[in-house]
Design a protein around this ligand. Sequence first.
Ligand code: NAD
Length: 526
Amino acid sequence: MFPTPVGATQPPPLEKVETRLFINGEFVQATGAPSYPLHNPVNGSYLLSVPSASRQDVETAYQAANRAQPGWHSLGAQVWCSLFLKLASLLRENSARLVALESMVMGKPSTAADALRTAPMIENLAGQAIVNHGESSITTSGQMGVSLLVPYGVTAAIVPWNTPILLTLAKLAPALLAGNTMIVKPSERSPLSVIMLAKLFQEAGFPPGVFNIVNGGEEVGTMLSTHPGIRKIAFTGSVETGKKVARASAESNLKNLVLELGGKNPAVIFDDADLEQAVSATEFSLVYNAGQVCMANSRILVQQGIADRFIEAFVQKFTARVPGDPFATGTVIGPLVDRRAYDSVMDYIDEARASGAKVIDARISGAGGSERRDLGRTLPRQAKRRDGSGFEDGGYFVLPTVILDLPNDTRAAKEEIFGPVVEIKTFPSSASGEETLAPELVDRLNEMANSQEYGLYASVFTRSLSTAMKMARLLEAGTVAINQSSPTILTDMPFGGFKQSGWGREFGKESIERWSLTRTVLFKLD
Ligand code: NAD
């Protein structure tokens, strides 16, 4: 699943970084709305400002997308397919630069090569476009029915900060391969790699107006979700924002929506699991992008018979990780994306500590050896001083943290923490010792694992096929991974949430069909 990491790269020269809007096939200046600053999460220093789109810019993008749509649709699947195959090869060629842009503003280490994961997904989708067609029926006397798959028209994507390239293309590629045009709003916290994507679209030869970018935050997102001409939006982000998008879409023109929202994902580890495999997979899930991943296994439920060994090995491995500069060779875990994220995660940790829970980081576990006793010196500090224009920080580093004995009614137990923080709980071993999943255990696991309003991703570690299958049926999650954990997904299988983790699915073989409307045509046969 994971391609060979792109090697440690240099941050790109700032003067060469594109920050403009992309409308009608050209990079254009925003007209009058304020810019927003991006900071280096390693040290809090100012990097550059990105101009935000005004209402007029959003309207210009809409008009461009609307003009381009009929021509794009009439080009047909063969042409779309060849353009996307060219784009996939450009993504591979430019992956190091795309990753560097993300590392620079998000702190995501360069080993997280999303562009390389995205290229094969696009190639698969391009092939599917050619077979995306309807059905026919001659079962009623004197009638023939034919269904046509037709595009929505102008569509939009609103993207979160944490996986910009993959999540933009998971929306953009199937939307365009169904004949729609699209306006993309990247996150105001990490827009640069998405803006660079527009250059690759230009180079691949896509016609003007089929893909447009409007930069900005909540205001620009609201302009899209309330727009009367946009017919479908794919949104990925938090539950709170997803509800706002749903309300705005309903009240404007009842847009069709895909909502890919947050998670509080359980990993369930049974006594018969391969201990090393369970530790390694669940730990990496929280290390990857410093745990700022919708499907990170932020709740681990471990069976009593294996719990002591699991917790000891997990704590040693996880708390020994030293967060560092994403551009430094060997860095596996970087800083959090920005000051807002840092403050939010530290609040959860402080509240957990105040609730009486046992909070373990390297300073408590001693992992990594005596030279790391004072991690305050090892890691850049949070300076928390004001210089008039805002905070100047020492970097947004959070130590990998394990929480034990966390009361269920705390915010940390109920909400998505979105950082390198995990709660570990135990559940009883089976009384008989033979049947790993006795009925009372099923009830207990149902209560523990399914108690949350989230339902995005779950993992199960066991050597028993029967336990794995029973859990796959029990767990209320859109994806259940057996003997592995996130960030593993298969881009040719559907992905999405149960409950408040979202509506609809992305990825998989129905991707393109989901961006099509079905029209039934009835022929009267004389
Ligand atoms: P967020 O909800 O703060 O922002 C997401 C996007 O919505 C951004 O582009 C933001 O500018 C925009 N936005 C903000 N307010 C808006 C409004 N009122 N109307 C329209 N758009 C608005 O989320 P985030 O911090 O960027 O991303 C982290 C969240 O995303 C986490 O909850 C994470 O779990 C979730 N996520 C989910 C998936 C998934 O596939 N389910 C994948 C990645 C991230």
